[in-house]
Design a protein around this ligand. Structure first.
Ligand code: ADP
Length: 349
């Protein structure tokens, strides 16, 4: 539905977006994830038509909408935007806020407002004013208002960041369901990896104005292409390793691998859940428990390895670990990266 070809945006000598190409498909939830200042909002504004690209083009259903200039202005793109501060009209009640963007006859507009009030489960507060309702309710109204004109694309820029943690989790689920029900494509900008992983069908990972990796949340989590991506999406243990005597010397022991790969590896990455730990006597152990963080459905055990490196291990809460327990630790799955941080090799038992 949307295609960006080699989009660049510079402000003075800052290159906010450096040659990004992407596609967004109908009905898809696409997230742009990256640290603050990496160019996410600029990319969103370029797609919305609120900024002119310095280079490159934006297409909607194969038709160019932005190039050297804005060809189709934002108000004719059938896109709706939802902002961090919800931006409800303070002098209009809930129904009027939702109805603001609705199109058609008076009857059709009323019908659409009713339908959306039901969809966001807020019929009971239809006549309240924005300052009389909670933050979560305001967010749902903002979503309903954005959906009112039946847009082909909803754009959201950090829409949950003003809400508390628990409310955010619930709203994320509800809003995803609402948007899926409406079948509208969604472009979502966030710096919160948990939000991006749980909310999207597909992720674009950005760093310093560039696209680092794209894929489903699970593909990026399991197969990060760079060390940076491995720690930005999920928790990661990074171990320094060395190729010596035709084996990879690691803080977990010696690993065998083909020499053409092993000789180039400098970092081993292990996810906390990819370690296996078992109690072991001192003679058979290769690690010792430094601390335990019990979290109910799982626990994080911090293990000191023989060379003093510590790793975080996520394991079942049913075996109780205590500080100073000796154990045998093994990586059942790991990824190898070269000195430039690029992935070279994946191992799974
Ligand atoms: P993000 O959304 O990832 O936090 P932004 O897209 O807002 O990042 O910003 C990317 C870079 O572009 C930042 O260095 C920011 O300071 C710069 N930038 C964004 N908008 C403007 C602007 N209107 N004028 C000058 N610099 C800008």
């Amino acid at each position: 539905m949307i295609e960006c070809r080699n989009i660049v945006k510079t402000y003075g000598n800052v290159q906010a977006v450096s040659g990004i190409s992407l596609r967004l498909y109908e009905h898809e939830f696409l997230s742009i994830l990256g640290p603050s200042g990496c160019g996410k909002s600029t990319l969103l504004r370029l797609i919305a038509g609120l900024e002119v690209p310095s280079q490159g083009q934006v297409f909607l259903d194969g038709q160019e909408i932005s190039g050297r200039k804005i060809i189709v202005p934002p108000e004719h793109r059938k896109f709706s935007m939802i902002f961090q501060d919800f931006a409800l009209f303070p002098h209009l009640n809930v129904s009027e806020n939702i109805g603001y963007g609705a199109v058609g006859s008076k009857n059709e507009k009323q019908q659409r407002v009713q339908e959306l009030l039901e969809l966001v489960s807020l019929t009971h507060i239809a006549s309240k004013m924005p300052d009389q309702i909670s933050g979560g309710e305001q967010q749902r109204i903002a979503v309903a208002r954005a959906l009112a004109p039946r847009p082909s694309l909803i754009m959201m820029d950090e829409p949950f960041s003003n809400l508390d943690y628990q409310l955010r989790q619930k709203l994320r689920r509800d809003i995803k369901e609402i948007l899926k029900h409406e079948g509208v494509a969604t472009l979502f900008v966030t710096h919160d990896q948990v939000e991006a992983i749980t909310f999207s069908d597909r992720l674009l990972l950005m760093q310093n104005g560039e696209l680092v990796q794209e894929g489903t949340p699970s593909a990026i989590y399991h197969h990060p292409e760079t060390i940076w991506a491995s720690s930005f999406v999920g928790e990661a243990n990074h171990l320094t390793v060395e190729w010596r005597n035709d084996t990879l010397q690691t803080p977990l022991g010696e690993f065998n691998m083909p020499s053409e790969i092993g000789s180039k590896v400098s970092i081993l990455m292990v996810r906390p859940e990819d370690f296996k730990i078992e109690t072991a006597s001192i003679e058979h152990s290769n690690g010792i428990v430094k601390s335990v963080e019990f979290s109910g459905s799982f626990q994080i055990v911090c293990v000191a390895l023989e060379n003093g490196t510590t790793v975080q291990v996520s394991c079942s809460p049913h075996i109780l670990w205590n500080q100073k327990d000796t154990l045998r630790i093994k990586a059942e799955r790991y990824l190898c990266f070269n000195s430039s941080g690029k992935r070279l090799y994946e191992f799974r038992e």
